[in-house]
Design a protein around this ligand. Sequence first.
Ligand code: C2E
Ligand code: MG
Ligand code: MG
Ligand code: MG
Length: 299
Amino acid sequence: HAGIAMYRAKETGRNNFQFYTSAMNERAMERLRIESDLRNALERNEFALHYQPQLDLKTGRLIGAEALIRWHHPVLGTVPPGRFIELAEEIGLIVPIGVWVLRTACRQSMAWQRAGMGPLRIAVNLSARQFYQQDLVATIRDILAETGLEPQLLELELTESMMMNDVEVAVDILRNLKAIGVQLSIDDFGTGYSSLSYLKRFPIDLLKIDQSFVRDITLDPDDAAIVLSIISLAHSLRLQVIAEGVETEAQLAYLQRHGCDYMQGYYFSRPLPTTEFELMLGSVASAHVLGSIDAPAVH
Ligand code: C2E
Ligand code: MG
Ligand code: MG
Ligand code: MG
């Protein structure tokens, strides 16, 4: 992990590397440091959400954003979720962090709406541990009530593997979530191992095509075939479909031509801190509707 290597470099700079007796000890100590820092991160207000815009491929309109967590660590700088979410999940911290993410994202979407910059659908990633919390549905209902956000503007991103843990229980939770009116999507679709018969039983709204299939869509006929199958599968099941990781105009054109409903990716914009996201909103809002999908990209 680059983040951990950086941490080690700073430690070495302080000349206390002599306390490390073996590589294993060293790793264990680093993990402990990160873990204890992570335990304090919420109360120290070190988390932030970045927002990546999602576009409707038919109208060219910006319809919402995915909220992605960042950790602003005092020594390590900005730590991406790939470096701490798993640890947070292991030590149970993902539950309070996840509540913070949900509340912050709902509040933000509501603030944009009140400022005339919405309505924007906000997508939030859930972790497995969060999904199976007894009070998940109540927590989400409370956050929606407290922030005033319409439930259909909140989208929860789930993964296949999290639902395959216990399909019966998962279907139950999904139904309860649908009952409060939120949107449900399956993230990284195609990388898990859900069977089609289960997919039919999940009351979901949207499939997110994993970026690993989108990357070579215009180069690799197998990836193209997989993406076309997912689009067609989704539509056959009356689901909508969004492609993630769209980086080039060619990928975008291909997806648009083949009936993909939405897209997000660096081609239009990276995930942006709140103020930059608002600047971007302002620059597309003059037209409100993007004239066409080839409107100038924000990188
Ligand atoms: P994800 O939900 O599949 O999010 C998409 C990831 O792809 C994000 O990475 C995003 O920055 C990145 N991405 C977006 N467009 C492009 C593109 O065009 N090209 C490439 N190469 N990458 C692109 P990020 O922000 O580092 O998040 C990584 C993962 O961490 C997420 O994958 C999600 O599984 C997890 N995560 C992020 N925020 C949260 C959170 O609040 N809670 C939980 N439980 N997990 C989160
Ligand atoms: Mg996601
Ligand atoms: Mg994904
Ligand atoms: Mg993911």
